[in-house]
Design a protein around this ligand. Structure first.
Ligand SMILES: [Zn+2]
Length: 798
């Protein structure tokens, strides 16, 4: 082999080999004949022992290939010869003492391999170095994190997100240059600007969408410093193949907006009709009720106003109370109050001229003294009430509630319909709930439409049948029925529940009645206002009022109770509006925008993967695309919402919890509401399919290690690729990987997997686990099993 000499040379560097040659044969004769070597033979390094210098000279004269090893021993001079089997025979024939083989052709092959590895290593180092040179020139201060092309309605849109190193300090927009399809010139598709998304003072990324006339293949951003980034454009929510609903699939069951009373009636009728497949569950906490005290505010200015509230609820007698303030029509009268049945008559004090002189504070005190068993009177919002009160004609106190009597004024039960063939907690649970926010009228319809689709197709559609066999589905169409009724009948813009938590001296009077209530989507337990998180208010009149304490409200206790069903793994919190699709984290603390913990890379990819299925199902209805910019963690794409329900379900109960923001307004025209109901029900049914696939997922993930030259010399860039969304736990110190090992993470907010930069040759051990808990190769980290994955941070020669 051509390399034999070279490998023999390698031995020079080694220590002198111990010599154990036999003593020369006394009667051997040395013939200095030239030895023949055949090209097809492998050579070995052998010891040859000669008696003295003369004999050594004769050996040299044979032309044998001696290396430079010569050592004097008691038995003679030992040399190393690089010889073939024929040459060895020749040497022996000539009487030479041939000793042990030090290095044969197998060793040689090993060395060749070793050499190749060594050469590869040098080459890799070279490559890495070259790459680092190339990269240090190419490392750009702008990184394009998303480039999504999609159609929405009849539009074609390109949405781009990018992070710019100077984004925190510079307000510059970034210009995106587009090509107009594969092989076309950069720029031929035009340009668009994307602008900074800054939230709570923190720059997150640049983003922006523009309509385009052709689908770009690549885009480029040249940052204001001249750095360049270029990426391939991906299609967002591509529609392919047929809809998952088979022929004859029934839908479109909702024909008008429905009040909470009607929503509950509807699910009760459904459960009655399908007793084998559904039941109504009354949740354990009744609301505080669609009810108010009867109230009135007399007077015209803060100082002279007197507020009067009934002690009884309006519908329980409060509405029968009336009050009048009378000028007695005589001088020097004292303030007095008379009570006839429920009619309160206040006769105002007068001065010497017969002019009324009673102040608001005096009138309130007099009413309380005489009619305190019926009402409570007080000055307006903490005023000292020193303004003189003017006469007021008899005025009825009223609870101001306009709903028909068919809407109960009592504390209201909250109902869910539970759907599935096996409703014993043994099946994967899915929870959908709507109308935490009263004025959001479409989301409850989406839940009704979905319940109807599940039940009315159960007998005929195989897919639906399978969902009902596999899942335990809880649908709560209205979490906040009091607020819901108030929104339908009294105040369209009501967002919160109806409970007045304002303190005496504050906004407790009738004029504040549309400002009361707790924002049910801010009253939960995780990363709440009470924990110091942002996006909720302590003000009893704020639309994001968090309430007096976590879970103070019955509506919230009900959802907490639902989430405690141990089999529930998925949930959808349906809101409107904005066409958003979001998950946790939903809150951060300020300053510094300290986020609730981010989902792991695996969880995040599961969220994204399932989301694209759900959003594609929505898009099938009328090509409405929930945009990539409005898909993601709540606090990344929208704002912080401390104490929201999605965060409680995710962080407290480990439920994959999503939030829809349906449509573009709270109460759109019926035609539009109808379309939204149908399209978002597509998405909700798809969530059921996601849950079914999760339940059926027994397939173990696989994963591979991908290595690339690093920008840093001597280092290797390492990433893991998984066959499905899966968590990767790894070690770099040769220790066994377990669930306590480092979890492979995302590179950053709205970015893909991180790149680990490790020293060349680092030993990497790892395993992966999918969302359903299947472990790669069935490895059990808590046992003595050793079947984890092993690899090295090496660069392949490609
Ligand atoms: Zn909402």
């Amino acid at each position: 082999m051509a390399t034999a000499a070279a490998t023999a040379l390698l031995l020079l560097a080694g220590p002198a080999t111990a010599v154990t040659a036999a003593a020369p044969d006394d009667n051997h004769e040395v013939h200095a004949e030239h030895l023949e070597r055949f090209a097809d033979e492998d050579a070995s390094v052998v010891e040859v022992t000669v008696a003295d210098r003369t004999e050594l000279d004769e050996l040299v004269a044979t032309g044998v290939d001696l290396d430079h090893h010569v050592s004097q021993t008691e038995s003679g001079i030992v040399v190393h010869a690089v010889v073939t089997p024929t040459e060895i025979q020749g040497l022996k024939a000539q009487g030479y003492q041939v000793g042990k083989v030090l290095f044969d052709s197998e060793d040689s092959e090993d060395r060749v391999a070793e050499r190749e590895a060594t050469i590869a290593e040098h080459k890799a180092e070279n490559q890495a170095f070259t790459a680092s040179l190339a990269r240090s020139a190419a490392v750009s201060d702008v990184k394009i994190t998303r480039a999504d092309y999609y159609t929405s309605g009849t539009n074609q849109v390109l949405s781009v997100e990018a992070k710019w190193a100077q984004g925190q300090t510079s307000t510059s927009a970034l210009t995106v240059t587009r090509d107009s399809g594969p092989g076309t010139a950069m720029g031929s598709g035009g340009t668009q600007n994307i602008t900074r998304f800054v939230d709570a003072g923190v720059y997150l990324y640049h983003r922006g969408a523009a309509t385009v006339t052709a689908r770009p293949d690549k885009i480029r951003i040249t940052s204001p410093t001249g750095d360049v980034a270029e990426v391939q454009v991906k299609e967002w929510l591509p529609i392919s193949g047929d809809a998952p609903e088979g022929p004859g699939y029934q839908k479109d069951f909702v024909s008008s907006y429905l009040t909470p009373t009607e929503l509950y009636d509807r699910i009760k009728r459904l459960a009655d009709q399908y007793p084998q497949l559904a039941e109504i569950v009354e949740l354990p906490y009744k609301t505080n009720g669609y009810r108010r005290k009867a109230q009135v505010v007399l007077g015209s200015a803060n100082a002279n106003r007197v507020a009067v509230d009934s002690l009884a609820w309006g519908h329980e007698g409060g509405n029968d109370i009336s009050v009048e303030l009378v000028n007695p029509g005589a001088a020097d009268q004292a303030l007095s109050v008379s009570l006839t049945d429920k009619a309160i008559r206040v006769s105002l004090a007068t001065d010497g001229n017969g002019t009324p002189t009673s102040t608001a504070a005096q009138v309130a005190a007099a009413i309380n003294a005489s009619a305190g068993s019926l009402v409570k009177a007080y000055t307006y919002r903490g005023s000292v009430g020193d303004g003189v009160v003017a006469p007021v004609a008899r005025t009825a106190l009223t609870d101001n509630l306009k709903a028909p009597a068919s809407v109960s004024r009592d504390p209201h039960p909250v109902y869910a319909i539970r759907i599935g063939k096996f409703r014993d907690g043994s099946k994967t649970g899915v929870l959908a709930y709507a109308q935490e926010h009263a004025r959001e009228w479409v989301p409850p319809l989406v839940t009704i439409e979905t319940a109807e689709r599940l039940l009315r197709n159960a007998a005929t559609d195989e897919n639906t049948k399978q969902l009902l066999r596999t899942l335990d589905i809880w649908i709560a169409p209205s979490i906040n029925p009091d607020g819901g009724h108030y929104s339908f009948y009294d105040f369209n813009s009501q967002r919160r529940n109806m409970t007045n938590h304002c303190a005496e001296g504050g906004s407790t009077d009738a004029l504040a009645r549309n400002s009361w209530g707790v924002d049910n989507n801010r009253n939960y337990t995780e990363f709440s206002l009470f924990d110091g998180f942002s996006g909720a208010s302590t003000s009893c009149t704020s639309d994001t009022f968090a309430g007096p304490s976590e879970l103070s409200e019955p509506e919230n206790k009900n959802l907490d109770w639902l989430a405690q069903r141990a089999n529930i793994k998925f949930s959808m919190n349906l809101h409107s509006s904005g066409n958003y699709f979001m998950w946790s984290p939903g809150a951060y603390a300020t300053p510094g925008r300290i986020s609730a913990p981010r989902p792991t890379l695996a969880e995040e990819s599961f969220f994204w993967g399932a989301s694209s299925r759900i959003l594609t199902a929505i898009k099938r209805h009328r090509n409405l695309a929930v945009t990539p910019a409005r898909t993601g963690p709540i606090s990344d794409v929208l704002y912080s919402a401390a104490g929201n329900s999605g965060d409680m379900l995710w962080y407290k109960y480990g439920i994959y919890a999503w939030n829809f923001e349906v449509g573009t307004s709270f109460q759109p025209t019926w035609d539009e509401a109808h379309q939204q109901t149908l399209e978002y029900s597509n998405g909700l049914v798809e969530l059921m399919r996601v849950a079914r696939d999760y339940d059926k997922d027994k397939k173990r993930p696989t994963s591979t290690l991908v290595t690339k030259p690093s920008a840093t010399e001597g280092m290797v860039d390492v990433t893991f690729e998984t066959s499905e969304p899966a968590a990767v736990f790894y070690t770099l110190d040769g220790s066994k990987p377990t669930y306590e090992s480092t979890l492979y993470a995302a590179a950053g907010l709205r970015e893909g997997a991180e790149t680990l930069t490790v020293p060349y040759g680092t030993k990497i051990f790892w395993f992966s686990v999918d969302a359903a808990g299947n472990i790669e190769k069935n490895y059990r980290p808590d046992t003595d099993a050793k079947n984890w994955n092993r690899g090295f941070a090496l660069i392949s020669d490609s």
